[in-house]
Every structure is written in C-alpha cells, then in structure tokens.
Design a protein around this ligand. Structure first.
Ligand code: NAG
Ligand code: NAG
Length: 236
C-alpha cells in the first residue's frame, strides 16, 4: 500500500513536467474568408471560447486534459446596431463573440467532436448530422509514443455548392452558405438527398444511427483546419 502513493506522485509529476495536463488544439483557417471558431465550453477553463480567425491565420487553444465537446466554424458574423453579435451559419446564440454553454448544436454546421481521455483514449469525429457549412479536417498529431492516429474530415468537396437546391441555405444575395442534412430529423430514409451528404463525406457521422468515433490511444494534440484544400493566403 505504501508503495502506491509515491508511484502516483511520480506519474502525476511526469504528466505535469511533460506538459500534458492540457491539449493543444490548433485551429487554422484556410478558407478564403474570416471564420469565427465556436467552442462548446463545459469546463469554463478555455483561454477562448470564440474568436475571429482571419483567412490564413491559425491559433492554438488549450483544451482541458479530459475535455469533451465540439468545435466548429461560424461564418458571416457581424454586430448589429444594438450590439448583438450573430452569425449567418454556426451561430451559438450567445449574442457575443464568445459562445456560452450550448444547450443544442448549431444547425446547418459542420462539427468536430471530441471525447478526450476516456480511459486514456481520445475519441473524435466530424459530424454532419446537423448539416454542413464549411469543409473541415481533424488531424491528430504524433503522440509521445510515436503513434499516428487517423485523420477524419468532410473536406473533399464544398457541399455548399454541391447541395441539392431544396436543402440549400442561402444569404440575402442568394449565395449558398450552408447545406441542411435531411437526416437532421430521426428516421432518415436513404434518398438522393442523403446520398448527397454520404458520398462526398463517407468518413463523417451522417445520421443518428452512426457511432463512428475514431479512437486514438495516448495523449495527442490536434489540428483542425477549415477549408483544408484551399491554398493558405499569405499573411499581410
Ligand atoms: C502548446 O501551446 C503552447 C501555447 O501556445 C506552446 O507554448 C506549446 O509549445 C505547445 N505545445 C506543443 C506540443 O505544441
Ligand atoms: C440584433 O440582433 C439580435 C440577435 O440576433 C436580434 O434579436 C435583434 O432584433 C437585432 N436588432 C436589430 C436592431 O437588428
């Protein structure tokens, strides 16, 4: 019994020294426009839970060691005459640039979802059950034990343009800004509409019957890229 306690201390101090008490999540914006990352915040200890990311920019956020939640991109955001911040896609309803605790997922929005450190395994996926607003890729970084885990994305085509007309979400100028997933309602029937999501995004979670998290053992950091296939714009 008295041997166990020092071992716990050694493990705990190793974790601390190697800096793995939190995880780095790098969010990079390769879209040709500003994106405002949204972060669901159940812990209240993020250094940011929503900010602007200019095209070509990236930012590292520190996620709590065993965080579970979602990260997504908000587009076409602005502050109106009464000082309320809102976004045409991905809006988190807080009225501010920072999101608050979410009671439901933003609609018509591509989501990166994480369940970190469940028995020392991270689970993650890209979820388009609630629709699509921009191509998104999650890339786990090399872990301390040199393991490379699978990347997952919905990033091959821009579904906003490829979206069937009936599911298209448009802005005031009728430009496509998002695509509604027909399987956002349970009891989704296979159809040409559901195929329009499933074919371009086979890795993504497409309807409520999917439970296709990718599992990654050991601690690793992540890079989330918005519009990964676009060439980064040189910084000014
Ligand atoms: C994680 O991010 C912090 C703050 O930006 C940085 O100092 C640190 O080097 C990063 N660690 C890794 C492993 O990238
Ligand atoms: C400002 O935005 C809020 C939240 O979207 C909305 O409820 C309100 O009506 C808007 N006010 C004006 C003057 O547009």
């Amino acid at each position: 019994m008295n041997k166990i306690l020092p071992l716990v201390f050694i493990i705990a101090s190793n974790l601390f020294v190697s800096g793995v008490t939190s995880k780095n999540i790098t969010i990079e914006n390769k879209c040709d426009y500003t994106v405002w990352p949204g972060i669901s915040n159940s812990f209240n200890d993020f250094d940011t839970i929503g900010h602007a990311l200019e095209k070509g920019d990236s930012r590292v956020i520190l996620a709590p060691w065993s965080w579970s939640g979602k990260i997504w991109g908000r587009t076409l955001c602005s502050t109106n005459s009464t000082g309320k911040f809102s976004c045409a896609t991905g809006d988190c309803g807080s009225g501010k640039i920072e999101c608050a605790v979410l009671d439901k997922s933003p609609r018509d929005t591509t989501l990166a979802e994480f369940l970190m450190n469940k028995a020392n395994v991270d689970l993650y996926r890209v979820n388009v059950v609630y629709g699509f607003n921009l191509p998104l890729l999650v890339v786990p970084q090399r872990s301390p034990n040199d393991k490379v885990c699978s990347r997952v994305g919905c990033d091959v085509v821009n579904l906003n343009q490829a979206c069937p007309y009936e599911l298209m979400v448009v802005d005031a100028e009728e430009r496509p800004i998002a695509c509604t997933n027909p399987c956002e309602v349970p009891d989704c029937m296979p159809s040409s509409y559901s195929e329009s999501f499933k074919v371009p995004c086979p890795e993504a979670t497409f309807d409520f019957s999917d439970d296709n998290y990718v599992a990654c053992a050991g601690s690793t950091d992540y890079v989330i890229t918005f519009c990964p296939s676009f060439t980064p714009v040189p910084t000014r």
